[in-house]
Write a protein that binds this ligand. Structure first.
Ligand code: 5GP
Ligand code: ZN
Length: 137
């Protein structure tokens, strides 16, 4: 993908602060970090999101995520992490090349991820689970 900024990083056309790479994946520091150590892990092969990736690249990306989490844990000793994938513009995906954010977290760091904002009845949950399950193969 010629115009893809992360493909350019893979090709070293634009610089990045790389923390790890192998044949299939690259991990580099986010240029505008949420917290110190905020790292992005990407497949080297362009894919907009997880539905475009093959099983192999998905496995390789998350193996690299685990490596980076372990590395960050040893290097900067955060209390925890958020592992975040924004999928689609509405979800905050700005760069259309799959990436998993690894965001080191500490008490009082001011980062807020809210969830649990909607409620469904038991019946709605049950019907929804059946409907979704029918579409997963
Ligand atoms: P998204 O919102 O697409 O999930 O996240 C894109 C992330 O990429 C943002 O956190 C942003 O700071 C980071 N980013 C955008 N451009 C560059 C770049 O050129 N280099 C690096 N290292 N990170 C970038
Ligand atoms: Zn790309």
């Amino acid at each position: 993908m010629e115009d893809c900024i992360f493909c350019k990083i893979v090709n070293a056309d634009i610089p990045s602060f790389t923390v790890y790479q192998d044949n299939d994946t690259l991990a580099f520091l986010d240029i505008n970090p949420d917290t110190r150590g905020h790292t992005l892990v990407i497949p080297k092969k362009h894919a907009e999101n997880i539905t475009d990736m093959d099983d192999r690249d998905i496995a390789f990306v998350f193996r690299t995520v685990r490596k980076v989490v372990r590395g960050l844990q040893a290097a900067i000793e955060p209390e925890g992490f958020n592992l975040v994938v924004n999928h689609g513009e509405v979800a905050g995906q700005i760069i259309p090349h799959f990436h998993c954010h690894i965001i080191p977290r500490n008490t009082g760091d001011g980062i807020e991820y809210k969830s649990g904002g909607s409620t469904l009845s038991t019946q709605e949950l049950e019907e929804l689970a059946v409907k979704v399950a029918e579409h997963i193969h």
